[in-house]
Design a binder for this molecule. Structure first.
Ligand code: IPE
Ligand code: IPE
Ligand code: MG
Length: 262
């Protein structure tokens, strides 16, 4: 993370929160929560201990997002490619998610958080589907932070499904090929009601998207942390620093300067 020297190490988190809050806040932040396994391996712990610690980090990031009044937070929790992992790790990841939703739902709901899922629910264990469905039902009218959890999500799969559905709608005369434009296409994606991410953060040092929000991130600001910042040690301070860095970026969308981080 390349900090601009605007604030220093001593500056306390409240100051940082105030500084970040006084500037335009990204409406949508997407996070690739990577590095749980390496965090655990460095401590000679099983990889699942890293995933468990990752849930702690997640709690802080959600809390901070609420404080900052961010509208959408999209979290990459399990990719369509993560099925390649050992069955025991997959099982642990799924049960952690179930545990998280069960335990945290009352507090999430109290804080007006709306839970939404991206990805193919088919293929997930029954109890996971049940908890996800319940969390979405309970929070469906909430007006606060929208937390979109991507589980069994893959951007290519999402795009292929959209193309298939459009083809079906054309064959049933719901659409004509001339109706297809970027806006219509985006309405066939799972993110149809979510604005494109303004900022995407990936912890763990890998500089790739790993099949996450490929269509939606055409003009997203990408921020890859140093490799020693693994998801379990992505603190509230680091999150605020990441947003602060975003606020220094100049987004041009192919045009000329439109201001800082807006
Ligand atoms: C991210 O951490 C969590 C998931 C992919 C579910 P990893 O498990 O990928 O951790 P590393 O990248 O192997 O350290
Ligand atoms: C991306 O991390 C997926 C999630 C964080 C859920 P991976 O660890 O699966 O990505 P690669 O394999 O390093 O690209
Ligand atoms: Mg990884």
């Amino acid at each position: 993370m390349n900090l601009k020297g605007f604030f220093n190490r001593e500056k306390n988190q409240d100051d940082l929160l105030r500084t970040v809050s006084s500037k335009p806040i990204p409406k949508h932040i997407a996070i690739i929560m990577d590095g749980n396994g390496r965090w655990a391996e460095a401590r000679h712990l099983p990889r699942t201990a890293g995933h468990r610690q990752g849930v702690e980090a997640l709690r802080e990031i959600i809390k901070t997002s609420v404080q900052l009044k961010i509208a959408h937070l999209t979290l990459y929790a399990f990719s369509t490619e993560n099925w390649k992992r050992p069955e025991s790790e997959i099982r642990a990841l799924m049960s952690l998610m179930v545990e998280f939703l069960k335990k945290e739902l009352p507090e999430l709901h109290e804080n007006e958080i709306k839970i939404n899922m991206l990805g193919d629910m088919q293929g997930l264990p029954q109890d996971a589907v049940r908890e996800i469905q319940n969390a979405m039902d309970v929070t469906r009218h909430n007006q606060g932070l929208h937390v979109n959890i991507a589980i069994n999500y893959g951007s290519r799969m999402e795009i292929v499904k959209a193309v298939k559905k459009i083809a079906q709608d054309i064959s049933q005369s719901v659409l004509t090929p001339d109706d297809i434009d970027e806006h219509l296409f985006s309405q066939y994606l799972e993110t149809r009601s979510i604005p494109d991410p303004d900022l995407m953060i990936r912890t763990g040092g890998e500089c790739r998207l790993s099949n996450f929000l490929l269509y939606q991130s055409a003009y997203t600001e990408l921020l890859f942390t140093d490799k020693q910042i693994l998801w379990p040690n992505f603190t509230r301070r680091r999150y605020l620093e990441a947003i602060s860095e975003y606020q220094f970026r100049k987004r041009r969308f192919g045009g000329i300067d439109v201001g800082e981080g807006v």
